[in-house]
Ligand binder design. Structure first.
Ligand SMILES: Nc1nc2c(c(=O)[nH]1)N[C@H]1C(S)=C(S)[C@@H](COP(=O)(O)OP(=O)(O)OC[C@H]3O[C@@H](n4cnc5c(=O)[nH]c(N)nc54)[C@H](O)[C@@H]3O)O[C@H]1N2
Ligand SMILES: Nc1nc2c(c(=O)[nH]1)N[C@H]1C(S)=C(S)[C@@H](COP(=O)(O)OP(=O)(O)OC[C@H]3O[C@@H](n4cnc5c(=O)[nH]c(N)nc54)[C@H](O)[C@@H]3O)O[C@H]1N2
Ligand code: SF4
Ligand SMILES: [Mo]
Length: 704
């Protein structure tokens, strides 16, 4: 048979949403590469996903359902049939519903895949019909999204390529070298054309090569932005005409600036005053200047207010709506899938109570009452690895009375703690439609190969769960393509961006650009806000209990690690996507031993040398890592990438240290506000010895 070439989409949580081409011979995928015709991908994939066939055909793929034998987390399983697995779920759930109601069941899903069918619809319809608890998905960018929507109305950004028009780019809490790889060639090209780049990050990341780097204290971005705003206004570098025509609340905002004199801003942010003054001059004098931000800046106690202050800068300089200028955050606002088509709310019981995913451990351990959570169903997520305060998540998941089902491709830290593990398909084995959060095209994923073993896609599983529970609404039993047709048609009906975008074209062409006018977002100073203006003053945020104007920051410090603590910043790993792909031998080899970067001054004080094993700890837990002594992190900060599986790295990862105290806005996770102590790890700490003792005694029944 001649090999087939099948077009698809990279499913991972990455703004680029690459187009991919899989070559299939006799039902087996033999080649996988970037789609040369996709205008963003242009034929190349990042190093994480290039070896995707190793992921698909990984020897550790889960291929059939399994039920726990013995203690939770004990690692013993027996193979069961799908029928038995579904019957177990049905009977456990019916008993739980009879006693506690359906809200005692909590589905937990996030960004294993970003597909409209396999993530969005699979996280909606069935669970709504069941009346389960709803999950408040505030782990990633909730605070930033709330601030952006309030002040500029929508998440709209220019295409990556527009950066070649920029004369200045400020990468603010964003590391596209790792997290948006297809932006980088455009940025480097702009630099060759003379564009200046400034990186604002507590760490000097590879994105800062050839750039000016401001290493601020984590979480002080809002203060820095207010300080810059004050300097711009003092020097008359603001655009009074633009502000009076297009902004709401400018006079009030201007008054706020009095609170941010340069010396105070320098002291609070830890950035030398001359560097702040230089940046204010540079930003004031260089047009067009683009602020490109992602979510790193919103994952702290002041995340929402920090983003609000950043958003003010392009308004001050009248740069929203200019090509190569303004602010670039996300493109996901261009497509809002029709909510009724996705969720079928009108045909379901009233929404169940909401549980914030960043409080998962606490919720399992008693914070959620009325009813208590009796069953946890995880799919497309790995909370024991990726969620804040992972030690509490693990403790909660060990509850003997909790019925936990995990649907994944691999035996993750989370699956380890399940009662039932169900095998999931990879992207090559399923059908989907993807919007993107960094680009403005839709990409269709054609199923390339049959599901491996007995694995099932999220959507197929939802149909089976519905059948088991006796729900026969046709919208729970559509094929993936029928879901795509319905949601696409409903969305296109009232959205001009879908002009000419049809399911038939998507299937034939693989990717179709949204119909967006060739002008910068917010051209003419028009914003899709309530007032139609840029909103310094936001009634919407005021109604949510926030100050109507930006510039008020909480004085809150994580006190989990005592006086000598350092702030732990855990950004994206270059080698994995969150914890996805992080069990693949070739990628693990490139990533090396799990490490933490520490400044030479902080290392010296603690007697730590480069390469030493160190223990990081606080009241929440401890984690052993290899020290990398480097001035790439600022003093007072340690940096360690997210994503390492605890069960492949000595039983703990950095999220055993991260705080589950919520940020100031939208229940956002505050990963980068976490404080830790750091010690040389040649001796085990008392806490570790006692924990080890417990584990040794549990693992060896003969000791009891
Ligand atoms: N390779 C790779 N790519 C990914 C991911 C991945 O895990 N690996 N994850 C994907 C996901 S889920 C997301 S949301 C995006 C995230 O994309 P980014 O936001 O670009 O990624 P992060 O590394 O989380 O954060 C960016 C930077 O913020 C810095 N930072 C932390 N705290 C602060 C602060 O208070 N102020 C400032 N100014 N900077 C701070 C970190 O040091 C980091 O370098 O990337 C996506 N792409
Ligand atoms: N310390 C620290 N931790 C962080 C962050 C941080 O900045 N610092 N960032 C956070 C951010 S931004 C995010 S978005 C979250 C992401 O957190 P999660 O959404 O939990 O993402 P992953 O950890 O990648 O886990 C996704 C799981 O889904 C599985 N999967 C993939 N495709 C499918 C599928 O089609 N079906 C099913 N059933 N499973 C599938 C994968 O194998 C993987 O185990 O992590 C957060 N964690
Ligand atoms: S992770 Fe991002 S850059 Fe890598 S292939 Fe997927 S979409 Fe492209
Ligand atoms: Mo994320």
């Amino acid at each position: 048979m001649t090999p087939l070439k099948i077009r698809g989409a990279c499913p991972h949580d990455c703004p680029d949403t690459c187009g991919v081409v899989t070559t299939v011979e006799n039902g087996t995928a033999v080649d996988f590469r970037g789609d040369p015709d996709n205008p963003v991908t242009r034929g190349w994939l990042c190093a994480k996903v290039r070896p995707y066939l190793d992921h698909v055909y990984h020897p550790d793929r889960l291929l059939h359902p399994m039920a726990r034998v013995g203690a939770k987390g004990g690692g013993r399983w027996r193979r069961v049939s799908w029928d038995e697995a579904l019957e177990t779920i049905r009977s456990r759930w019916q008993a739980i519903i009879a006693k506690f109601g359906a809200e005692a069941i909590l589905p937990y899903s996030y960004s294993g895949t970003l597909g409209m069918v396999q993530m969005v619809v699979s996280s909606g319809r069935f669970w709504n019909r069941l009346g389960a608890s709803t999950l408040d998905r505030a782990i990633c960018g909730a605070a930033a999204e709330t601030a952006v929507e309030a002040m500029i109305g929508k998440r709209c950004s220019a295409p990556y390529a527009d950066v070649i028009h920029s004369k200045l780019v400020i990468l603010w809490g964003h590391n596209p070298h790792s997290t948006a790889p297809h932006f980088m060639p455009w940025l480097r090209h702009a630099q060759r054309l003379g564009c200046r780049v400034v990186v604002i990050d507590p760490r000097r990341t590879p994105s800062a090569n050839g750039a000016t780097h401001l290493a601020l204290r984590p979480g002080t971005d809002g203060v820095l932005a207010m300080g810059l705003a004050r300097l711009l206004v003092e020097a008359g570098r603001h655009d009074e005409a633009w502000l009076s025509a297009h902004a709401l609340g400018w006079p009030g905002f201007r008054e706020r600036l009095a609170d941010f004199p340069l010396d105070r801003v320098s002291e609070q942010t830890g950035v030398p005053a001359d560097q702040i003054a230089d940046l204010a001059r540079l930003y004031g004098d260089t047009r067009p200047g683009l602020i490109k931000m992602a979510d790193g800046v919103n994952r702290n106690f002041n995340g929402g207010e920090n983003v609000r202050a950043l958003l003010a800068l392009p308004a001050l300089t009248g740069q929203y709506g200019t090509r190569g200028g303004g602010l670039s955050y996300s493109t996901s606002g261009y497509v809002q899938w029709n909510a009724e088509a996705v969720h079928k709310r009108s045909q379901c019981p009233p929404p169940g109570r909401s549980i914030n995913m960043n409080r998962l451990g606490a919720a399992l351990l008693g914070e959620a009452t009325d009813p208590p959570i009796q069953s946890l169903f995880v799919f497309g997520a790995n909370p024991a690895t990726s969620t804040v305060n992972a030690g509490r998540v693990v403790e909660g998941m060990k509850r003997e009375d909790l019925f936990t089902v995990v649907h994944d491709l691999f035996m993750t830290d989370t699956a380890d703690l399940a009662d039932l593990v169900l095998p999931a398909t990879s992207q090559l084995e399923q059908t989907d439609l993807h919007k993107a959060y960094g680009t403005t095209q839709l990409t269709y994923n054609t199923q390339a190969i049959a599901p491996l073993g007995e694995s099932k896609s999220n959507w197929e599983l939802m149909g089976l769960l519905a059948r088991a529970m006796g729900f026969d609404e046709p919208w729970l039993h559509q094929s993936a393509d029928e879901v795509i047709d319905e949601v696409l048609a409903a969305t296109a009906r009232d959205d001009p961006h879908f002009e000419g975008v049809t399911a038939a074209r998507l299937r034939a062409e693989g990717h179709v650009a949204l119909s967006i006018p060739d002008q910068p977002p917010f051209a003419g100073g028009r914003f899709p806000t309530a007032s139609g203006k840029f909103e310094f003053h936001s009634e919407r945020l005021a109604r949510m209990g926030h100050d109507p104007l930006p510039g008020r920051f909480r004085d809150l410090v994580d006190d989990a690690a005592g006086d000598d603590a350092l702030t732990l910043v855990t950004g994206a790993s270059h080698h994995f996507v969150s914890s996805s792909l992080a069990s693949q031998a070739n990628l693990l080899k490139n990533a090396g031993t799990p490490f933490v970067e520490i400044h030479p001054d902080d290392a010296r004080k603690r007697g730590i040398a480069d390469g030493d094993e160190v223990v990081l700890g606080n009241a929440r837990g401890e984690c052993r890592l290899r020290a990398v002594v480097t001035d790439a992190v600022r003093p007072g900060v340690v940096g360690s990438p997210k994503g390492r599986w605890a069960n492949l790295s000595g039983g703990r990862n950095v999220n055993w240290l991260t705080t589950d105290t919520l940020a100031d806005m939208a229940g956002q996770a505050s990963y980068h506000s976490s404080r830790v102590w750091v010690r040389r790890g040649d001796r085990r700490t008392a806490g570790e010895v006692s924990r080890l003792a417990k584990e040794i005694f549990i693992a060896s029944p003969s000791c009891g």
